[in-house]
Structure formats: structure tokens, C-alpha cells
Design a binder for this molecule. Structure first.
Ligand code: PMP
Length: 360
């Protein structure tokens, strides 16, 4: 059976080569006579899978030696709590709200200490990022939290050079990690749920600068203590072994492709194709300010909302699925993560042109 083009925001499309390799190795990983799902997480086979995945990720993202890499559970959502529990240290933190996910992070953090809201773009419909120089930032904050790619509204920080310095930055990068080279040293902590650019659901990557560890709030469950997780190589308890193995295959795939520079070129091309069509059309519309349009999640509306259902049904006949926008926004959303090939986006763009001709 041929595969279809899956534009889901997550769990999302995985690279075909990765799925093929996992399928080949499913019954018998590396001659050991069993699947990765069946082996002991304490055995040398899984030990090598975890170690290789970590080393490959370090290479791909050029993660400096003073950062620890953790493969945790509870998704990015648990990080909304785990970050303040570990980093506040009795102090306060600043939060920037630029979409649904950073808003959730801000709300959750308030349960654990003193949290200041320093910017909120909700009044303009979450279609931009604030100008940093205008913000009243606390120079003594334990950290400043932001979401660098808002998955639902399709708003992305494309230029990290514009980010403020001085206070450790904590970034939710769930929906654009690994989409391009990123200077990790600009951040105190990066977290990302896996089910978009990293692998299947089940793990959340945390990349944390060592000097920020060791300030965990009293009463925090042991499993949620970054420092203890780091000491135990993310194996304090049974980790989601198969998800980590799959992430490792994705890292190898990215390395074979030429790393994140190569990935960025492909992602830029895909975004250019899709935004090019939307901008040149009076029929499709994307509300986000051009400088902040996400290269990963592209929401758009049709001129007539009553055409939405027809658009989705006909898309399916063209082999295009999971294109419906988030329920809070409506319209459509095409998530064009790393594993979505250029041909997938070209197929979508051609379909959109045809649809406009027929219904515009
Ligand atoms: N942050 C962002 C930016 C997301 O896109 C998502 C999930 N779509 C989350 C957090 C929550 O992730 P999870 O479901 O892994 O908890």
C-alpha cells in the first residue's frame, strides 16, 4: 500500500527510511534475537542504543559539553511543571505568552511559585512575537520562558539573535527542534515533546545547562528531579525504550541527510512553496505577521468557511490527510515537519491551486 501525505501536527509523519529500518529490525535487533521492545533497559544492547542516540543528538545540535541531555516522560506538558519545580529555586520567573502552548505553560507554572507575565499577544490573535527591547524583563529572574514555535497558531521565532540575554532562557521547542541549526548556548534549558520532529510519542527531550541544576523545590518527586535524572542517565525507572530507539534512528537519518543545515534548506523550500501560494492567492489566508510565520506549522483559512468540509474530503482523495486546523482556530493547518518530503508539499500546493480554480 502506498503511503499518504500526513500533515498532522503530532503525532506526525516519520521518515519512510526510519520506519523501514524499524520494520526490518522489529523481530531481531542487531542479531540479538528479540525486538528492542522486549530487551532489558539495563542490558548492554539498550545501553548502546541510548548512548548512541545521545551522542548523535549532541553532534546534530552541537550541544556544548556543559549541557545534559535527558529523555524524560510525561510529554512537554509535564515540563510546564517540571521547569518551575527545578529552576525557580525560591525566586521568580518571567513568562511570555504568544500562543496556546506558552499560555498553558504560564498557567501551570503559577502553581509552583512567583511567575510574572511580561508579554501576551492574545489581543492580536496570537499572530506575532513581542519586540524584546520593549519588555519589562526582570534581570534577576530565575529564567525567562517562551515557546519558540507555537504549533496551533503557526508563530515562530526565526532569528534567535534577537532574543534577550542575561537571564537563562527556557524554550519549549516541541514543534521545531531539529528543523534547523540552533545555538543551544543561547538557552538555559530546551524541552521538546518527541512526536513531531524527534520520533513517536512517549519521550520529551530536555537539554539543560549543568549550572542550573540542584535547586529543586522541596517535596518534588524524585522522578521529576533533573539532577537525579541526569546522574542516572534518564534511567531512574524503565524508560520508553522503543521511543528512544526510534528517536535514535531519526537522528541517524538526519546525519545521513547532511545534518541540520541540509534539513533547514529543505524546510525553507517547503515553507516557500506553501506560503508563496497562500500569499499569491485571494482565496487562502494566513493571519500571522510575515516575519514570524512558522516553517513547521502553516495554518490557513479558505475564503468561505463553508467550503472547509469539501476541501478536507477532496484532499483525502488526493492522498492528503490530517489537514484540518486546530478546533480553537478553525480552517486548515498543514504541519510540514522534517519528515514531510518536498513532494508532499508540492502535492498539497497543486491540490490547493486546483481547489481554488474550482471553487474560487
Ligand atoms: N508544547 C507545544 C509547542 C506543543 O505543540 C505541544 C503538543 N502539541 C505541547 C507543548 C504538549 O505536548 P505533549 O502532548 O507532549 O505533552
Amino acid at each position: 500500500m502506498e503511503r499518504i501525505y500526513n500533515f498532522s501536527a503530532g503525532p506526525a509523519v516519520l521518515p519512510r527510511e526510519v520506519l523501514e529500518q524499524a520494520s526490518d529490525e522489529l523481530m531481531n535487533w542487531n542479531g540479538c534475537g528479540m525486538s528492542v521492545m522486549e530487551m532489558s533497559h539495563r542490558g548492554k544492547e539498550f545501553g548502546s542504543i541510548l548512548e548512541t542516540a545521545e551522542a548523535d543528538l549532541r553532534m546534530l545540535m552541537a550541544i556544548p559539553d556543559n549541557y545534559r541531555i535527558l529523555f524524560l516522560q510525561g510529554g512537554a506538558t509535564l515540563q510546564f511543571a517540571q521547569v518551575p519545580l527545578n529552576l525557580l529555586g525560591g525566586g521568580s520567573a518571567d513568562y511570555i505568552v504568544t500562543g496556546d502552548w506558552s499560555k498553558k505553560a504560564y498557567k501551570e507554572a503559577q502553581r509552583y511559585g512567583s511567575i510574572r507575565l511580561v508579554a501576551n499577544t492574545e489581543a492580536d490573535g496570537f499572530t506575532s512575537f513581542p519586540d524584546w527591547p520593549d519588555l519589562d524583563l526582570d534581570r534577576n529572574a530565575a529564567y525567562l520562558h517562551l515557546c519558540t514555535n507555537e504549533t496551533i497558531r503557526g508563530v515562530e521565532v526565526l532569528d534567535f539573535d534577537t532574543l534577550p540575554q542575561g537571564v537563562p532562557l527556557v524554550a519549549d521547542m516541541s514543534s521545531h527542534i531539529l528543523s534547523r541549526p540552533m545555538d543551544v548556548s543561547r538557552f538555559g534549558l530546551i524541552y521538546a515533546g518527541a512526536q513531531k520532529n524527534v520520533g513517536p510519542p512517549g519521550i520529551c527531550l530536555v537539554i539543560v545547562r549543568e549550572d542550573l541544576l540542584g535547586k529543586v523545590a522541596p517535596g518534588t518527586p524524585t522522578l521529576l528531579d533533573y539532577a537525579i535524572q541526569a546522574e542516572n542517565h534518564s534511567m531512574l525507572n524503565t524508560p520508553p525504550t522503543f521511543a528512544i530507539y526510534m528517536a535514535g534512528l531519526v537522528f541517524k537519518w538526519l546525519l545521513r541527510l547532511g545534518g541540520l543545515d541540509a534539513m533547514e534548506r529543505i524546510n525553507t523550500e517547503k515553507a516557500r512553496l506553501l506560503y508563496g501560494l497562500i500569499e499569491g492567492s485571494g482565496f487562502y489566508h494566513n493571519p500571522v505577521q510575515p516575519a514570524h510565520r512558522s516553517r513547521m506549522n502553516v495554518p490557513f483559512t479558505l475564503r468561505e468557511p463553508k467550503l472547509d468540509e469539501t476541501f478536507i474530503a477532496e484532499a483525502k482523495r488526493h492522498g492528503i490527510v490530517q489537514i484540518k486546523g486546530h478546533k480553537s482556530v478553525g480552517g486548515m493547518r498543514a504541519s510540514i515537519y522534517n519528515a514531510m518530503p518536498v513532494e508532499g508539499v508540492a502535492t498539497l500546493v497543486n491540490y490547493m491551486k486546483e481547489f481554488e480554480k474550482a471553487h474560487g
